[in-house]
Design a protein around this ligand. Structure first.
Ligand code: C5P
Length: 223
């Protein structure tokens, strides 16, 4: 058994995609599988934490011994996170939240017309991880960054802008890792350091990332 580095701590993890409705039968979404977030949930359990997973629609079995809150849209995910965030010691934002949603959801199925074009006007969704990190008494907040170039520069910039304690960057230009893949590799940054987690299964990568999070969390919170 592993040392219970997070015994009794409360961790919330967002996972999976969000779905943004256009009308009663259509939506805009992305290819996130939720596998990384669910692997993080299991890794956090293994370290003794109480885990809440706020999950968009995924084709995965519920993570064992975790509190699973199922949501559909980014606004749902925002509300579910905010409802319980004051109880959390650590927040990990692993979800691929849609940046925009249709400005209105048509009440009836939108009919095809003779026009060869249609326009869906979109408005910005709340940035959940930035809102959490901006809270008074914010939990130790970890974000993800999917980058294709200049990973350190963009990841550190994102960490600063969103006021995160740590950021895990995927290089999504590499095939076979990250988004909707079985394996992942991460470069992890925090204000005073960085480390690489080499390409491995998402379970292995999640276990290593949770070790880092636990170490930094315990360093930040011990007197
Ligand atoms: O700004 P960008 O979307 O690249 O940031 C990615 C990070 O922000 C991830 O941790 C993701 O879960 C989080 N995020 C969020 N709410 C959004 C958009 C992104 O929590 N609306």
């Amino acid at each position: 058994a592993q040392p219970q580095l997070l015994a009794g701590k409360n961790i919330m993890i967002t996972a999976g995609p969000t779905r943004e409705a256009i009308d009663p039968v259509r939506y805009i979404s992305n290819h996130s599988s939720g596998k990384m977030g669910y692997a993080l949930a299991q890794a956090a359990r293994s370290l003794g934490a109480n885990v809440t997973v706020v999950s968009g629609p995924v084709a995965l079995a519920a993570p064992a011994k975790c509190n699973l809150v199922k949501v559909i849209s980014a606004l749902d995910m925002h509300d579910a996170v905010m409802a319980d965030i004051n109880q959390q010691d650590i927040f990990i934002a692993c979800a691929a939240v849609a940046d925009y949603r249709p400005a209105t959801i048509a009440e009836q199925k939108i009919k095809k017309t003779n026009n060869d074009e249609m326009i869906v006007r979109m408005i910005k969704n709340p940035d959940i991880v930035a809102k959490v990190a901006a809270l008074e008494n914010a939990p130790f907040t970890v974000g993800f960054a999917a980058e294709t170039q200049d990973v350190e520069h963009y990841a550190r910039d994102k960490m600063q802008r969103k006021n995160l304690a740590m950021i895990a960057a995927n290089d999504v230009s590499q095939s076979g890792q990250g988004f909707n893949a079985e394996d992942n590799a991460l470069t992890v940054f925090w204000p005073q350091g960085m480390t690489q987690i080499a390409l491995a299964s998402k379970q292995d990568v999640a276990a290593q990332l949770l070790q880092l999070i636990a170490t930094q969390f315990n360093a930040n919170t011990s007197p």
